[in-house]
Design a protein. Sequence first.
Length: 276
Amino acid sequence: MGMNSMRQHREKMLAEKALKAQQSLDPRQKVVTGWDLASGHDQSVQIPAEVLNQGNVPNVELRMFNHLNILKDEKSIQERIVKKAEWLPEYLGYIDGCLAVSPAPQNTTLVHLMIWACDVNDFELAVRIAEYVVLNDMVMPEGYTRSTAEFVTEQCAEVFIDDTDLAIANASLIERIINLGDGEQMVDEVRAKIYRALGDALNQAQPMEAVSAYKNALRYNPKAGCKKDLEQLEKRLRLTATESSPDATVGSQADSTTASAAAESDPASTDSTPTE
């Protein structure tokens, strides 16, 4: 097992142990403040006092605090994303450990990692964390106005709408994102975006389901941008139905036979020279 894998496994075990212990310990916490300017908001990181006092425990929260401070000094949004992509693998063991324990209290570090996963387009990881965050009623860090479900839904939907091939490859994930928002507060425009993305993902392989998705998108937002896609898809389905209909085939054959008989019985049809 490599060094990184060993660290991730150890952090997974420690995270599980810490979360279980946290539910029975005094909830008093020492609060250290850091900033994540990638989204333009001040963020706070809460570090439990008992964690800080355990010098032999890798302090993931403190590592996050240091990373957020580095991001604070980075002016370029793209460079912040590069750093998040570089750092995120360091937390995978911690993430797995957290997700293995439920119910769980608010974990702002975990929510930050969900946001990072969205920023670096690791949507599978982002949705895994988001499902856990919503299940355990965790909230977004201070400064964010959108709920977890709305934030993740919009971040993912906009990327999938811009990249149809990516949407097609992630059709099942898009359906999970839609389920994530069930019963959650979300503006209609955001819900319309994810249904449009689902329509794009299913357009070729599952056209009937795509029609339903596009209609849902337009129901939530008439300006969702998929009206023409819906019209073209419905036209394609009508043509397919007509071509595959037995009645249409019989009718086409009958018309052909009638036309042929008429041509044979009408000399004028083959004689262009007038007679006097």
